[in-house]
Design a binder for this molecule. Sequence first.
Ligand SMILES: [Mn+2]
Length: 403
Amino acid sequence: MQNIKNKIKAIIINIKNIKPRNKNININSGITIIKDNINNNLVFKSIFILNFINTYVIKLMMITLKEIKDYIENSNNPLIFFDDDADGLSSFLLIRKFIDRGKGIPVKHNTLDESYLKAVDYYNPDLILVLDQHLISQDFVDKINTPIIWIDHHPIKLVKGVKHFNPLYFNKKPYPTSYWCYEIVKENLWIAMTGITGDWFLEHYKEFCEKYKDLANINLKEPPDVLFNTKLGLLSKLFTFVLTGKNEDVKKCINILIRINDPYEIIEKTTPRGKFIYRKFEKLNKEYEKILKDAIKNNITYKKILLYTYTSKNTSFTGVLANELIYKFPDKVVIVARDKDDGIMRLSIRSNYKGNIILPELINKAIFGLKGQSGGHDHACGGHIDKEDFKTFVDRLEHLLNK
Ligand SMILES: [Mn+2]
């Protein structure tokens, strides 16, 4: 108690120097953060103090897009971690092409955790950017002296020692990370659009259709229709697929993509490098189509859940497959699980993006006490769980859905 009182005192002393950065700061998400972190609501009787503390917490944590631009322009050797899907890769490519330096690493784990410290050691960056990753482990941050900037649109999580940009702080829609990176760089719309579409949004779509008439269809109004029926959608799929497989192959593809200047290099194979990327995609897509066919035929449906499990050691189609299955079976909750043969199941879970089944809270309940972890958006989550707990997890989820 005394400790908390002292903390408030210190905060109030600092308050004179604090001005909210933006009138639209989301007070509620800040309050949630405080409540989560200090389990003593008794102290916080006054909403007045609460708002000040909230402003303070946010002031400490958040960073504006303009400040991010300054940071990246002034860094010589940035290291960029990004989520290994179309939105993450697009975000990275936008920033990387804009500053023309820096190293990019796709994050395969659910959380940016301590296993990625090796890369930090090796590249010795002067700035670390984390893009589209829903969580950074505190242990990772605590072991690093380099400034860390986190651009993301997942539900806000408090990580100390990180400069955080999240549209939710500003009461803005959680547009994809590539949308915000495009706001910073204002170039390569096609890359931004590839990421935005991949996350089921259509911001900038009209503009894109005007510029690239043959890659999209202006009459399509729903994100999944664009994703599954246009060349732009194909690019999104391609951006995800080239991040799967052997590490060396992935690295090679990323390095080639950095040098590609327009989508036709890939779609129309107008350059050797574009052709290389497209061939790589075709090979993976063949494998994917096989699995998709099998998933449509051999999934297990109980009540509201559609479950499909497949085995693959090195290639992951889990996220894309879950997207396509929820598009085809919109009244189900889709669970795709990949058995990597190491005792851990990798999960992608989807619910109808227009429906009222909000996944994170259900999944949190279902996974409680089990050896697993999950996170994501209202209608799209990823995660992993021990194989021995998998059945319990699915049973619990099924039970919760039928409540
Ligand atoms: Mn995203």
